[in-house]
Write a protein that binds this ligand. Structure first.
Ligand code: UD1
Length: 339
Protein backbone atom coordinates (compact mmCIF):
# COMPACT_ATOMS: atom_id res chain seq x y z
CA UNK A 1 0.00 0.00 0.00
CA UNK A 2 1.29 3.40 -0.89
CA UNK A 3 0.16 7.03 -0.68
CA UNK A 4 0.32 9.54 -3.53
CA UNK A 5 1.18 13.04 -2.28
CA UNK A 6 0.29 15.75 -4.80
CA UNK A 7 2.25 18.95 -4.23
CA UNK A 8 4.65 16.97 -2.08
CA UNK A 9 7.55 19.36 -2.70
CA UNK A 10 5.60 22.34 -1.34
CA UNK A 11 5.70 23.80 2.16
CA UNK A 12 3.03 21.64 3.76
CA UNK A 13 3.43 18.70 1.35
CA UNK A 14 7.14 18.30 2.12
CA UNK A 15 6.50 18.23 5.87
CA UNK A 16 3.72 15.69 5.33
CA UNK A 17 6.04 13.55 3.18
CA UNK A 18 8.53 13.44 6.09
CA UNK A 19 5.84 12.41 8.58
CA UNK A 20 4.45 9.68 6.30
CA UNK A 21 7.93 8.29 5.62
CA UNK A 22 8.81 8.38 9.33
CA UNK A 23 5.58 6.52 10.08
CA UNK A 24 6.67 3.74 7.71
CA UNK A 25 4.46 4.53 4.71
CA UNK A 26 5.57 4.05 1.12
CA UNK A 27 4.93 7.31 -0.72
CA UNK A 28 4.94 8.61 -4.28
CA UNK A 29 5.31 12.37 -4.72
CA UNK A 30 4.11 14.37 -7.68
CA UNK A 31 4.80 18.07 -8.12
CA UNK A 32 5.14 20.47 -11.04
CA UNK A 33 7.58 22.75 -9.11
CA UNK A 34 5.40 25.77 -9.87
CA UNK A 35 6.04 27.02 -6.34
CA UNK A 36 8.74 24.64 -5.09
CA UNK A 37 12.24 23.40 -5.94
CA UNK A 38 13.67 19.97 -6.80
CA UNK A 39 16.19 20.22 -3.92
CA UNK A 40 13.27 19.76 -1.50
CA UNK A 41 13.17 16.10 -2.52
CA UNK A 42 16.81 15.62 -1.46
CA UNK A 43 16.09 17.32 1.84
CA UNK A 44 13.16 14.98 2.54
CA UNK A 45 15.48 12.03 1.86
CA UNK A 46 18.19 13.55 4.07
CA UNK A 47 15.80 14.02 7.01
CA UNK A 48 14.19 10.59 6.81
CA UNK A 49 16.98 8.45 5.33
CA UNK A 50 14.27 6.99 3.09
CA UNK A 51 13.65 6.95 -0.63
CA UNK A 52 10.49 7.39 -2.68
CA UNK A 53 9.36 7.70 -6.27
CA UNK A 54 8.90 11.16 -7.72
CA UNK A 55 7.01 12.37 -10.80
CA UNK A 56 7.37 15.88 -12.17
CA UNK A 57 3.79 16.22 -13.36
CA UNK A 58 0.92 18.64 -13.52
CA UNK A 59 -2.61 17.89 -12.34
CA UNK A 60 -3.96 19.35 -15.57
CA UNK A 61 -2.16 16.65 -17.54
CA UNK A 62 -4.47 13.65 -17.33
CA UNK A 63 -2.09 11.35 -19.21
CA UNK A 64 0.63 11.97 -16.58
CA UNK A 65 -1.81 11.28 -13.76
CA UNK A 66 -2.92 8.04 -15.40
CA UNK A 67 0.72 7.05 -15.84
CA UNK A 68 1.41 7.51 -12.12
CA UNK A 69 -1.49 5.26 -11.13
CA UNK A 70 -0.70 2.75 -13.93
CA UNK A 71 2.92 2.45 -12.86
CA UNK A 72 2.13 2.32 -9.13
CA UNK A 73 -0.85 0.01 -8.68
CA UNK A 74 -0.06 -0.19 -4.94
CA UNK A 75 -1.27 3.42 -4.45
CA UNK A 76 -4.51 3.19 -2.48
CA UNK A 77 -4.94 6.75 -1.25
CA UNK A 78 -4.08 10.33 -2.13
CA UNK A 79 -3.11 13.30 0.02
CA UNK A 80 -3.99 16.23 -2.20
CA UNK A 81 -1.99 19.42 -1.55
CA UNK A 82 -1.23 20.63 -5.08
CA UNK A 83 -2.78 23.97 -5.92
CA UNK A 84 -2.19 27.69 -6.28
CA UNK A 85 -2.47 29.50 -2.95
CA UNK A 86 -1.67 33.21 -3.15
CA UNK A 87 -4.79 35.16 -2.20
CA UNK A 88 -3.80 38.46 -3.86
CA UNK A 89 -2.65 36.76 -7.04
CA UNK A 90 -5.94 34.88 -7.24
CA UNK A 91 -7.81 38.18 -7.49
CA UNK A 92 -5.78 39.20 -10.53
CA UNK A 93 -5.62 35.70 -12.07
CA UNK A 94 -9.00 34.07 -11.38
CA UNK A 95 -8.92 31.94 -14.53
CA UNK A 96 -5.58 30.41 -13.56
CA UNK A 97 -6.77 29.76 -10.01
CA UNK A 98 -10.10 28.16 -10.93
CA UNK A 99 -8.50 26.17 -13.71
CA UNK A 100 -5.51 24.87 -11.74
CA UNK A 101 -7.26 24.18 -8.48
CA UNK A 102 -10.74 23.09 -9.56
CA UNK A 103 -10.03 21.48 -12.94
CA UNK A 104 -6.86 19.96 -11.51
CA UNK A 105 -8.83 18.28 -8.73
CA UNK A 106 -11.45 17.05 -11.22
CA UNK A 107 -8.68 15.46 -13.30
CA UNK A 108 -7.14 13.89 -10.22
CA UNK A 109 -10.45 12.42 -9.04
CA UNK A 110 -11.25 11.17 -12.53
CA UNK A 111 -7.93 9.35 -12.76
CA UNK A 112 -8.32 8.04 -9.20
CA UNK A 113 -11.79 6.67 -9.98
CA UNK A 114 -10.64 4.92 -13.12
CA UNK A 115 -7.83 3.29 -11.13
CA UNK A 116 -10.08 2.24 -8.27
CA UNK A 117 -8.40 4.65 -5.80
CA UNK A 118 -11.16 6.26 -3.78
CA UNK A 119 -9.56 7.57 -0.60
CA UNK A 120 -8.51 11.21 -0.47
CA UNK A 121 -7.39 13.68 2.18
CA UNK A 122 -7.87 17.22 0.89
CA UNK A 123 -6.03 20.42 1.85
CA UNK A 124 -8.78 22.89 2.51
CA UNK A 125 -8.59 26.12 4.47
CA UNK A 126 -10.32 28.11 7.18
CA UNK A 127 -10.87 30.57 4.36
CA UNK A 128 -14.01 28.53 3.44
CA UNK A 129 -15.71 30.10 6.49
CA UNK A 130 -15.32 33.62 5.03
CA UNK A 131 -15.92 36.19 7.78
CA UNK A 132 -17.07 33.84 10.57
CA UNK A 133 -20.24 34.64 12.54
CA UNK A 134 -18.47 33.60 15.75
CA UNK A 135 -15.12 32.36 17.05
CA UNK A 136 -13.89 29.80 17.86
CA UNK A 137 -15.13 28.32 14.59
CA UNK A 138 -16.73 24.88 14.57
CA UNK A 139 -16.90 22.65 11.48
CA UNK A 140 -20.66 23.14 11.48
CA UNK A 141 -20.25 26.89 10.81
CA UNK A 142 -21.57 28.29 7.55
CA UNK A 143 -19.26 27.63 4.59
CA UNK A 144 -19.10 29.86 1.52
CA UNK A 145 -18.71 33.56 0.80
CA UNK A 146 -14.95 33.26 0.60
CA UNK A 147 -13.53 36.70 0.00
CA UNK A 148 -11.34 35.86 -3.01
CA UNK A 149 -11.04 33.37 -5.91
CA UNK A 150 -8.46 31.26 -4.06
CA UNK A 151 -10.92 30.76 -1.21
CA UNK A 152 -13.73 30.05 -3.65
CA UNK A 153 -11.68 27.24 -5.21
CA UNK A 154 -11.49 25.59 -1.77
CA UNK A 155 -15.26 25.97 -1.29
CA UNK A 156 -15.92 24.53 -4.76
CA UNK A 157 -13.57 21.59 -4.31
CA UNK A 158 -15.19 20.73 -0.98
CA UNK A 159 -18.58 20.65 -2.77
CA UNK A 160 -17.23 18.56 -5.62
CA UNK A 161 -15.75 16.00 -3.21
CA UNK A 162 -19.06 15.79 -1.38
CA UNK A 163 -20.98 15.21 -4.62
CA UNK A 164 -18.49 12.52 -5.68
CA UNK A 165 -19.00 10.80 -2.34
CA UNK A 166 -22.81 11.07 -2.59
CA UNK A 167 -22.67 9.46 -6.05
CA UNK A 168 -20.42 6.59 -4.95
CA UNK A 169 -20.22 5.59 -1.28
CA UNK A 170 -16.99 3.68 -1.89
CA UNK A 171 -15.19 7.03 -1.67
CA UNK A 172 -13.57 8.02 1.62
CA UNK A 173 -12.99 11.75 1.88
CA UNK A 174 -11.32 13.69 4.68
CA UNK A 175 -11.33 17.47 4.34
CA UNK A 176 -8.83 19.30 6.54
CA UNK A 177 -9.47 23.01 7.02
CA UNK A 178 -6.12 24.52 7.92
CA UNK A 179 -5.79 27.66 9.97
CA UNK A 180 -2.43 29.52 9.63
CA UNK A 181 0.49 27.11 9.13
CA UNK A 182 3.91 28.46 10.13
CA UNK A 183 7.12 27.02 11.58
CA UNK A 184 9.39 24.50 9.89
CA UNK A 185 10.95 21.09 10.46
CA UNK A 186 13.35 21.23 13.42
CA UNK A 187 16.25 20.12 11.20
CA UNK A 188 16.09 23.49 9.44
CA UNK A 189 16.27 21.60 6.13
CA UNK A 190 12.73 22.25 4.90
CA UNK A 191 10.49 25.26 5.38
CA UNK A 192 8.41 27.91 3.67
CA UNK A 193 10.00 29.59 0.66
CA UNK A 194 7.47 31.92 -0.98
CA UNK A 195 8.22 33.55 -4.33
CA UNK A 196 9.04 37.25 -4.10
CA UNK A 197 7.97 39.45 -1.20
CA UNK A 198 5.89 37.35 1.23
CA UNK A 199 2.19 38.11 1.69
CA UNK A 200 1.72 36.13 4.88
CA UNK A 201 2.82 37.28 8.30
CA UNK A 202 5.46 34.75 9.41
CA UNK A 203 7.45 34.59 6.16
CA UNK A 204 7.51 38.39 6.23
CA UNK A 205 8.73 38.42 9.83
CA UNK A 206 11.53 35.93 9.11
CA UNK A 207 12.71 38.13 6.23
CA UNK A 208 12.80 41.11 8.60
CA UNK A 209 14.66 38.95 11.14
CA UNK A 210 17.19 37.98 8.46
CA UNK A 211 17.71 41.61 7.43
CA UNK A 212 16.21 41.10 3.96
CA UNK A 213 13.34 43.51 4.64
CA UNK A 214 13.59 46.62 6.85
CA UNK A 215 10.45 46.30 8.99
CA UNK A 216 7.08 44.65 9.30
CA UNK A 217 4.01 46.51 8.06
CA UNK A 218 1.28 45.82 10.61
CA UNK A 219 -1.98 45.96 8.72
CA UNK A 220 -4.30 47.84 11.05
CA UNK A 221 -4.58 48.28 14.82
CA UNK A 222 -8.27 49.16 14.97
CA UNK A 223 -9.68 45.63 14.85
CA UNK A 224 -12.02 44.37 17.52
CA UNK A 225 -9.28 42.37 19.30
CA UNK A 226 -7.33 42.70 22.57
CA UNK A 227 -4.68 44.99 21.04
CA UNK A 228 -6.41 46.05 17.82
CA UNK A 229 -4.28 43.89 15.50
CA UNK A 230 -5.66 40.86 13.64
CA UNK A 231 -5.92 37.61 15.58
CA UNK A 232 -5.24 34.24 13.93
CA UNK A 233 -4.76 30.60 14.88
CA UNK A 234 -1.14 29.78 14.01
CA UNK A 235 -0.35 26.09 13.74
CA UNK A 236 3.08 24.44 13.50
CA UNK A 237 3.46 22.86 10.07
CA UNK A 238 4.70 19.59 11.62
CA UNK A 239 1.54 19.33 13.73
CA UNK A 240 -0.47 20.05 10.59
CA UNK A 241 1.47 17.39 8.66
CA UNK A 242 0.74 14.84 11.40
CA UNK A 243 -2.98 15.63 11.18
CA UNK A 244 -2.90 14.14 7.65
CA UNK A 245 -1.59 10.84 8.97
CA UNK A 246 -4.37 10.73 11.55
CA UNK A 247 -6.96 11.79 8.97
CA UNK A 248 -5.92 9.04 6.57
CA UNK A 249 -5.91 6.36 9.23
CA UNK A 250 -9.29 7.52 10.53
CA UNK A 251 -11.06 7.79 7.18
CA UNK A 252 -9.93 4.32 6.13
CA UNK A 253 -11.52 2.95 9.27
CA UNK A 254 -14.59 5.17 9.64
CA UNK A 255 -15.24 5.53 5.89
CA UNK A 256 -17.49 8.22 4.40
CA UNK A 257 -16.77 11.95 4.32
CA UNK A 258 -15.60 14.14 7.16
CA UNK A 259 -14.41 17.69 7.85
CA UNK A 260 -11.89 18.84 10.45
CA UNK A 261 -10.53 22.15 11.65
CA UNK A 262 -6.78 21.92 12.06
CA UNK A 263 -5.66 24.66 14.41
CA UNK A 264 -4.51 24.99 18.01
CA UNK A 265 -7.67 26.74 19.19
CA UNK A 266 -5.67 29.71 20.48
CA UNK A 267 -5.63 33.05 18.70
CA UNK A 268 -2.60 35.35 18.65
CA UNK A 269 -2.53 38.92 17.38
CA UNK A 270 0.13 40.32 15.06
CA UNK A 271 1.76 42.08 18.01
CA UNK A 272 1.59 38.88 20.10
CA UNK A 273 3.59 37.19 17.35
CA UNK A 274 6.16 39.98 17.24
CA UNK A 275 6.59 39.59 21.02
CA UNK A 276 6.72 35.79 20.90
CA UNK A 277 9.34 35.97 18.14
CA UNK A 278 11.58 38.12 20.34
CA UNK A 279 11.09 35.79 23.29
CA UNK A 280 11.78 32.66 21.27
CA UNK A 281 14.75 33.91 19.26
CA UNK A 282 16.04 37.09 20.85
CA UNK A 283 15.43 38.90 17.55
CA UNK A 284 13.58 42.20 17.74
CA UNK A 285 11.18 42.70 14.84
CA UNK A 286 10.83 46.36 13.89
CA UNK A 287 7.34 47.27 12.79
CA UNK A 288 5.11 50.15 11.77
CA UNK A 289 1.37 50.31 12.11
CA UNK A 290 -0.36 50.92 8.80
CA UNK A 291 -3.86 50.80 7.33
CA UNK A 292 -5.93 47.62 7.13
CA UNK A 293 -5.36 45.16 4.30
CA UNK A 294 -8.55 44.84 2.24
CA UNK A 295 -10.45 41.62 2.94
CA UNK A 296 -8.87 40.98 6.37
CA UNK A 297 -11.07 40.10 9.35
CA UNK A 298 -10.73 40.77 13.09
CA UNK A 299 -10.24 37.28 14.44
CA UNK A 300 -10.18 33.74 13.12
CA UNK A 301 -9.40 30.73 15.30
CA UNK A 302 -10.51 27.14 15.45
CA UNK A 303 -12.51 25.00 17.76
CA UNK A 304 -10.32 21.90 17.24
CA UNK A 305 -12.43 19.62 19.47
CA UNK A 306 -13.67 17.44 16.62
CA UNK A 307 -10.13 16.65 15.42
CA UNK A 308 -9.17 15.72 18.97
CA UNK A 309 -12.17 13.52 19.58
CA UNK A 310 -12.38 11.76 16.23
CA UNK A 311 -8.82 11.82 14.89
CA UNK A 312 -7.08 11.70 18.24
CA UNK A 313 -5.06 14.67 17.03
CA UNK A 314 -4.01 17.76 18.97
CA UNK A 315 -1.33 20.34 18.30
CA UNK A 316 1.83 19.60 20.27
CA UNK A 317 3.89 22.67 19.42
CA UNK A 318 3.25 26.12 20.87
CA UNK A 319 3.88 29.60 19.54
CA UNK A 320 7.44 29.64 20.92
CA UNK A 321 8.27 26.45 18.99
CA UNK A 322 6.72 27.92 15.85
CA UNK A 323 8.75 31.15 16.07
CA UNK A 324 11.98 29.29 16.94
CA UNK A 325 11.61 26.83 14.04
CA UNK A 326 10.62 29.52 11.51
CA UNK A 327 13.69 31.51 12.56
CA UNK A 328 15.93 28.45 12.44
CA UNK A 329 14.81 27.69 8.86
CA UNK A 330 15.47 31.30 7.85
CA UNK A 331 18.93 31.35 9.49
CA UNK A 332 19.96 28.11 7.82
CA UNK A 333 18.52 29.11 4.44
CA UNK A 334 18.72 32.90 4.13
CA UNK A 335 17.85 32.60 0.44
CA UNK A 336 15.28 29.84 0.87
CA UNK A 337 16.05 26.91 -1.40
CA UNK A 338 18.02 29.23 -3.74
CA UNK A 339 17.86 29.11 -7.51
C1 UD1 B 1 -4.15 34.34 4.55
C2 UD1 B 1 -5.22 34.23 3.51
C3 UD1 B 1 -5.94 32.91 3.67
C4 UD1 B 1 -4.94 31.77 3.58
C5 UD1 B 1 -3.86 31.96 4.64
C6 UD1 B 1 -2.77 30.92 4.52
C7 UD1 B 1 -5.79 36.59 3.10
C8 UD1 B 1 -6.85 37.64 3.17
N1 UD1 B 1 -6.10 35.38 3.58
O1 UD1 B 1 -4.79 34.34 5.80
O2 UD1 B 1 -6.93 32.78 2.69
O3 UD1 B 1 -5.60 30.55 3.78
O4 UD1 B 1 -3.26 33.24 4.48
O5 UD1 B 1 -1.93 30.97 5.63
O6 UD1 B 1 -4.71 36.84 2.63
N2 UD1 B 1 -0.31 40.79 8.56
C9 UD1 B 1 0.39 41.97 8.80
N3 UD1 B 1 1.47 42.24 8.01
C10 UD1 B 1 1.89 41.40 7.01
C11 UD1 B 1 1.17 40.21 6.77
C12 UD1 B 1 0.07 39.94 7.56
O7 UD1 B 1 0.04 42.75 9.68
O8 UD1 B 1 2.89 41.72 6.33
C13 UD1 B 1 -1.46 40.46 9.42
C14 UD1 B 1 -2.78 40.30 8.70
O9 UD1 B 1 -3.47 41.52 8.61
C15 UD1 B 1 -3.48 39.27 9.59
C16 UD1 B 1 -2.35 38.40 10.14
O10 UD1 B 1 -1.17 39.20 9.99
O11 UD1 B 1 -4.13 39.91 10.68
C17 UD1 B 1 -2.15 37.10 9.39
O12 UD1 B 1 -2.06 37.37 8.00
P1 UD1 B 1 -1.64 36.23 6.95
O13 UD1 B 1 -0.42 35.53 7.42
O14 UD1 B 1 -1.60 36.85 5.59
O15 UD1 B 1 -2.83 35.17 7.06
P2 UD1 B 1 -4.41 35.38 6.88
O16 UD1 B 1 -4.75 36.72 6.42
O17 UD1 B 1 -5.06 34.89 8.13
Amino acid sequence: MSVLITGGAGFIGSHAAVEFLNAGYEIVIMDNFSNSKPVVLDRIKQITGKDFKFYRADLLDLASLDKIFDENPEIDSVIHFAGLKAVGESVSKPLEYYHNNVTGTLMLCDSMRRHGVKTIVFSSSATVYGAPDEVPIKESARVGNATNPYGETKVMIERILKDIYVSDKEWNVSVLRYFNPIGAHKSGLIGEDPNGIPNNLMPYITKVAGGKLPYLHVFGNDYNTHDGTGVRDYIHVVDLARAHLKALESIKERRGIDYFNIGTGTGYSVLDIVKAYKEATGVEIKYEIEGRRPGDIDACFADPTKAREILGWTAEYDITDMCRDSNNWQRNNPNGYGE
